[in-house]
Design a protein around this ligand. Sequence first.
Ligand code: NAI
Ligand code: MG
Length: 337
Amino acid sequence: ETRTITVIRGDGIGPSIVDAATAVLDAAGCGFHYEYVEGGLAALEHTGELLPATTLEAIERNRVVLKGPLTTPIGQGFSSINVSLRQHFQLYANVRPVLSFPGTKARYEDIDIITVRENTEGMYSGQGQVVSDDDMVAEALSVISRGGAERILRFAFELARREGRRKVTVVHKANILKSTSGLFLRVAREVAAQYPEIEMIEMIVDNACMQLVMRPEQFDVIVTTNLFGDILSDLCAGLVGGLGMAPGANIGADCAIFEAVHGSAPDIADKNIANPTSVILASCQLLDYLEEGAIAGRIRAALRTVIAAGKHTTTDLGGTASTTEFTDAVIEALSAA
Ligand code: NAI
Ligand code: MG
């Protein structure tokens, strides 16, 4: 039976790197059928809406999505499409792995960190965003619920258990944000107690930033609230060669969206130079999710071969290859393996 994946090619560099990922999936013999729908600027142009109902219906129907970055226009009346999607489908877990690939010229060589970011509440709850009429005071509401904290913490510890990982670092700021981060940390201690084989470390977010830069090898799984997770995961991407190397999965109870951590990169759009590794690795997460881990492993190995050889890497990794040249090299490495 053919599995249908909803595909949103996205804005800016999105179409080029999403097409690279589907080409690699096809070359690996996944045999997926793709249902293409629009979101973001492309959708706004064609339908007048950033997130048309037909797109939501397609996601509802297929439940598994491969997505390019979407540009959220700056200005009144546009709330982030990504935040809307995550909240609409209750994709509460944002799983952002970073893994060292030899050949990237990154500063570190042995990084293997999974950041599990709470994806629906915290500072991004979207509630209580008010600016006073005289433009002198602005407010936003940060919301942490016990249920929201518990499900993300449980997700992180279950992931650690399933993948045989030894340590979960809970990143917080409970010393200052006593109500919100305080509740998150209390729930973390309760959940951690149910996973005695996994070491739980508590770390304040500012120290976590310093530790990640100084001694990143000490980290295994990180679990944290929405805003801290957003920022820390970009930092983690920087440890392994930049945003072009960083995928992310948005996972809910029965629906998941796989994408890059980065945005639409307007500065390099339409130049065929973006690094598609982020979305190719996101499609490996998609394969893992569909219990096709063997195929995901073959694709990761092909990426490893091409990046290590260094002859066909993109400019962000210090090479000179275009997006399509890199992708062709990955497809060739797949068939050679
Ligand atoms: P960005 O992540 O698009 O770009 C940051 C920097 O990284 C740029 O210099 C860019 O050229 C580089 N970069 C990003 N991906 C790359 C790749 N695959 N290969 C090589 N270089 C890469 O961040 P920016 O410019 O702040 O945001 C642009 C737009 O993207 C905004 O409209 C923002 O709202 C949207 N965005 C969308 C996201 C999503 O759809 N999940 C996530 C983050 C931002
Ligand atoms: Mg971000």
